[in-house]
Design a protein around this ligand. Structure first.
Ligand SMILES: Nc1ncnc2c1ncn2[C@@H]1O[C@H](COP(=O)(O)OP(=O)(O)OP(=O)(O)O)[C@@H](O)[C@H]1O
Ligand SMILES: [Mg+2]
Length: 376
């Protein structure tokens, strides 16, 4: 049996690509009045795990289909390595694709499904068998070659789909929500496995998902897509801690939101007037004193205490509220707090030692530099 080390050489030997594996230049794709992809530029480097994160209808699948050659862009160019492939058919692009619903042929066995992409490449039998053995071994599918898809578990079907995506030695692998149909446990297992294969093969992956946790777990870099365009593109830590727009903030979990007015900027912080209270928050981009702003912060960035707690909280914002509900989630619990204006916020915290009672007055507090602020 081959191991991962030989797999890596096997894939690399078949491809000769410079460091920029893929370049998209000003790609536009329209369907009637809908602009599904709106002037996208993108460079994918060798060995990169790139996640494309966005809500339904934001253009993710259309972008993958353009890269794979299943769709022609109305404008712009697609370059793989240093070749302009914009007008080339899918089989001439060295791109593998794993589809959302696996799309396995039901009347073909696992082995026949996996070798299917090799049909267009006139390979000798010996090489085809060697590649099949490699892909089956990599995906731990030994012994399952003669099974039909309905005789395989969800995870096994997923691995057949991955093996099929890899067998033609692509320069780039595109994955369109490949784990969407799996249950939660199998899904987190596959997340770790897929990332491991990717790193072993040093093969660039473009991984589409609308699940922020999946994107954060697996990728090196993320683009958040909205209405056919990138709202933000960058390292995942940057996207997570420093979202550029309110849309991105909402998408990566800054789910507590306060709308107020920017009063002034001093000491590197913005003073926001909110419901007769004042909060110190990060300064928005292009600050305009007097303007309406939105402050967004994650559940886990807030803390909760029984009121009145009398603790000196210099350097922290504090709001008074009433505990409405506690949702136990195992390691953490979500505390739902009603604020004076009737709105509710959620605090995620370790449940240990916090024996708060329903309807009890509480204080919610957090360091002034946390969260993100945007003009609205
Ligand atoms: N063949 C088509 N004909 C007409 N409109 C299309 C076609 N394919 C996609 N669209 C439209 O283009 C937009 C982007 O669709 P796309 O499938 O790329 O979204 P997506 O981000 O993959 O969404 P999802 O997360 O639901 O899969 C949508 O408004 C969609 O309705
Ligand atoms: Mg899609």
């Amino acid at each position: 049996m081959r191991n991962a080390g030989t797999c890596q050489q096997f894939v690399k030997a078949g491809t000769s690509v410079p460091d920029a594996v893929l370049k998209l230049q000003a790609i536009v794709k329209r369907f009637g009045t809908v602009t599904a992809v709106d002037r996208i530029d993108l460079t994918i480097e060798r060995g990169e795990f790139f996640a494309l994160l966005g809500p339904s209808g934001s253009g993710k699948t259309t972008m993958l289909r353009i890269i794979a050659g299943l769709e022609r862009p109305d404008e712009g160019g697609v370059f793989i390595g240093d070749r302009d492939v914009t007008a080339l058919p899918p089989y001439a692009r060295h791109v593998g694709m794993v589809f959302q619903n696996f799309l396995l042929f039901p009347h073909k066995t696992a082995a026949e499904n996996i070798v299917f992409p090799l049909r267009m490449q006139r390979l000798g039998r010996a090489e085809r068998d060697e590649r099949l053995a490699w892909a089956m071994s990599l995906m731990r599918l030994g012994g399952l070659e003669d099974r039909y898809p309905n005789e395989l578990s969800g995870g096994q079907q997923q691995r057949v789909a991955l093996a099929r995506g890899l067998i033609s030695r692509p320069a780039l692998l595109l994955l369109d929500e490949p784990l969407a149909n799996l249950d939660r446990e199998l899904r987190s297992e596959m997340e770790v496995e897929i990332r491991r294969y990717q790193k072993e093969l040093e093969l660039p992956f473009i991984y589409v998902t609308h699940n922020q946790e999946e994107a954060l777990t697996m990728s090196d870099r993320i683009a958040v897509m909205h209405n056919g365009a990138f709202e933000q593109i960058g390292a995942k830590t940057e996207i997570y801690t420093n979202p550029a727009t309110a849309f991105v903030a909402g998408f990566v979990g800054h789910s507590n939101r306060f709308e107020g007015k920017l009063v002034e900027i001093s000491g590197g912080l913005a003073r926001m007037a909110w419901q007769g209270d004042a909060m110190l928050v990060p300064v928005p981009r292009d600050p305009r004193p007097g303007g309406a702003i939105l402050f967004a912060i994650k559940f886990e960035d807030l803390e909760i205490a029984r009121a009145p707690d009398g603790v000196d909280r210099t350097g922290r914002n504090r709001l008074a509220g009433t505990l409405r509900d506690v949702i136990f989630k195992g390691q953490t619990a979500n505390y739902i707090v009603a604020l004076g204006d009737g709105s509710e916020i959620t605090i995620s915290s370790a449940p240990r030692g916090l024996d708060l009672r329903m309807s009890e007055p509480v204080i919610v507090h957090w360091p002034v530099a946390r969260g993100a602020t945007f003009h609205v």
